[in-house]
Design a protein around this ligand. Sequence first.
Ligand SMILES: Cc1cc2nc3c(=O)[nH]c(=O)nc-3n(C[C@H](O)[C@H](O)[C@H](O)COP(=O)(O)OP(=O)(O)OC[C@H]3O[C@@H](n4cnc5c(N)ncnc54)[C@H](O)[C@@H]3O)c2cc1C
Length: 275
Amino acid sequence: MLLAAPCFALPETVGEALTALADRPDAIVVAGGTEVMPDLLWRNRRAAGFVSLRRVGALRGTTTVGGELVIGAGTPVAALTGAPDAGLRAAASSLGTPLVRTEATIGGNVVSALPYRNLLPTLLAGGATLELTSATGTRVVPFDGFVTAPGRTRLAEDELLTAVRLPVPTGFADYAKVGRRNAQFVATVSVAITCRDGAVRLAFGNAGPTPLRADAVDTAATALFAHRATAEDLRAAVAAAVDPPEDTIASAAYRRHALGVLTVRLVTRAQGAAA
Ligand SMILES: Cc1cc2nc3c(=O)[nH]c(=O)nc-3n(C[C@H](O)[C@H](O)[C@H](O)COP(=O)(O)OP(=O)(O)OC[C@H]3O[C@@H](n4cnc5c(N)ncnc54)[C@H](O)[C@@H]3O)c2cc1C
């Protein structure tokens, strides 16, 4: 049977979850299950067991600590549609459907590590860090560099992602994605922006094998924001920085073009918000 599994652990604390994982290192961690279940069904992936995070209350909810939003990894995406960060709100609001957003978690989105996942560009543009916890303690790593390849991260086998930290927003933030349709479709490409004290920072989804940003793009965007460069300059900087995939959904040329259009649109919105 496809989903037959010899073990299903339902821990109630992070410690219990880590113990369950240590007992069965080949078990799959499940948060909302909206990635894991389709994976099991469509890719015929077999599981030796599951460690569900559903009952680990400490992983849910957002607090503000020392100038940062600390978002528990098990926080549902639906809760982020009311987040104080406008970029995160926009990215969460366009993820899946209301039903998917109720089950899907921020942690699952991050660890799935696919370049078209909604929340990843927002975390990259916002300068997020991640709390990774094992039996020996918690380390905090930048989100920038956490995803090493599609579906691959720096998370160790004995670690759980326990929280995502994002600086409390002080300026403009937004997110835009292009898909085949507006609802229930992953991003063909996506762009996230923050603009603080005139400094623009951008990050791209599905513009390469991992979430991507580039200093040259930020320099061109900051210049456009200050009316010291043209939209054409920024589009050229974006086109030079990205390396989008070519697949049945869109060509690399279309993606490169769309990334330029979305980027200029978001910088224009930032200018409007500052005016
Ligand atoms: C109909 C549908 C539409 C969708 N639309 C979108 C969309 O528009 N945009 C988008 O980005 N995604 C979309 N998704 C994908 C999915 O909903 C999201 O990626 C979601 O955020 C995954 O969260 P989850 O809690 O369900 O992850 P799960 O399926 O539980 O887990 C995903 C992966 O992360 C690991 N994991 C989860 N939590 C942790 C943790 N705390 N520590 C370590 N590992 C962990 C799991 O082992 C697994 O490998 C869609 C899915 C469906 C079914």
